[in-house]
Ligand binder design. Structure first.
Ligand SMILES: *Cc1c(COP(=O)(O)O)cnc(C)c1O
Length: 393
């Protein structure tokens, strides 16, 4: 029955179980540990011969509902909720890489994912090659005998480039690699990488999944076999698990994910069209625009283009900073997927760890701005941009 539901129904109902009180809303189980009826029962829970909760780092009923729901949405066997998106990325990588292994990743990835791969994993003798995933031959060329993992995000900051998941899954299968995709920008409602043959999906639930800007959390979706290592080895021992209270808040946020995304996408499409035709805007990067390279995968891989847009002003660094400081309605902040429209300056914020050369190579210009289009009235969002552009100086 649940399998036949549409995603908009699943996001509300999938993964729910009845509870003793009959409460419509899943009760929050704010408990660190669980009481056994007897010493024998405790032993049986630890040996796995009896199912049941032991300790919240190993599992919790509120967290479990979130995990069942996201697994149902992504189409994976199971999921593990984590303390942050970075904990989800770390758990997926640590479960599949050992000393002496190599991974291939897209040269554009989330800043802390880049640092995790190039700094933290490097300390443990794990090597990474970063290549442009638009160039499929370059991915193949980067694979070595000790390559174990292939990793990317799509669409990805800062230019919202879109990578073909069918091709990446195919390359992974041919070379016996584990494929991992960060699906934060899309959510399973707009894109389901597992349906394209990807092995593991990770999310920052901080963004659209929760959607209200009040939680830091993540989630990993994978097969039962992968989950044995991700959840019952890596997360158990590293300890980056979610708080049940945060899981409960995300369950609340998820109920409106489908309606929120429809509005985010409607608003973003209108903003991208407006910016593309504005004389003071030199470039707009949004896969919903026909001029964007990722547009060809709209409809097949991505249902809609999401709510994040990057654009370049026809202006200097100083004017661009002034634009951000002057604009009304938008908050200057570096998250995405919230009700509030947000604006940031990648060169000095999200991508500030890059050297100037790396920044130029990645095309992160001084006049590049990124916005996360919120849920406000589209008239007010466009008016705020219009006022800012008229006053550009
Ligand atoms: C925010 C983000 C992360 C990191 O998530 P946190 O919840 O902040 O740890 C990872 N990947 C992408 C694409 C993100 O936007």
């Amino acid at each position: 029955m649940q399998d036949r539901w549409q995603l908009a129904t699943k996001v509300i109902h999938a993964g729910r179980e009845s509870n003793e009180s009959g409460a419509l809303v899943t009760p929050l189980c704010q408990s660190a540990t669980f009481v056994f009826d007897s010493a024998e029962q405790g032993a049986a829970r630890f040996s796995g011969s009896e199912q049941g909760y032991i300790y919240t780092r190993l599992g919790n009923p509120t967290t479990a509902e979130l995990e069942r729901k996201i697994a149902a949405l992504e189409g994976s066997d199971a999921a593990a909720a984590t303390a942050s998106g970075m904990a989800a990325v770390s758990a997926a990588l640590l479960a599949n890489l050992s000393h002496g292994d190599h991974l291939v990743a897209s040269h554009a990835v989330y800043g802390c994912t880049f640092a995790l791969m190039t700094s933290q994993l490097a300390k443990f003798g794990i090597e990474v090659t970063l290549v442009n995933f638009i160039d499929e031959a370059a991915i193949e060329a980067a694979i070595k005998p000790n390559t174990k993992v292939i990793f990317c995000e799509t669409p990805v900051n800062p230019h919202l480039n879109v990578f073909n998941l069918d091709v990446i899954a195919q390359i992974a299968k041919e070379h016996n690699l584990v494929s991992i995709v960060d699906n934060t920008f899309m959510t399973p409602l707009l894109q389901q990488p597992i349906k394209h043959g990807i092995d593991i999906v990770v999310h920052s639930a901080t963004k659209y999944l929760n959607g209200h800007g009040d939680v830091i959390a993540g989630i990993v979706c994978a097969s039962y076999e992968q989950m044995e290592v991700i959840k019952f080895e890596v997360l158990k021992d590293v300890g980056a698990v979610i708080s049940p209270h945060d899981a409960w808040l995300i369950l609340r946020g998820l109920k409106t994910l489908d309606v929120r995304l429809a509005r985010h996408c409607d608003n973003a499409e209108a903003v991208a069209n407006y910016l593309e035709h504005h004389p003071k805007v030199s470039n707009v990067y949004y896969p919903g625009l026909e001029s964007h390279g990722g547009h060809k995968l709209l409809g097949s891989q991505m249902r809609r283009a999401g709510g994040v847009i990057a654009f370049e002003l026809d202006a200097s660094l100083e004017q661009s900073i002034n634009f951000i400081n002057q604009i009304s309605l938008f908050s200057i902040a570096v998250s995405l997927g919230d009700a509030e429209s947000l604006i940031q300056h990648p060169a000095s914020m999200t991508h500030s760890p890059y050297t100037e050369e790396e920044r130029i190579a990645a095309g992160i210009t001084d006049n590049l701005l990124r916005i996360s289009v919120g849920l406000e009235s589209i008239e007010d969002i466009i008016q705020a941009l219009e006022d800012g552009l008229v006053n550009l100086k």
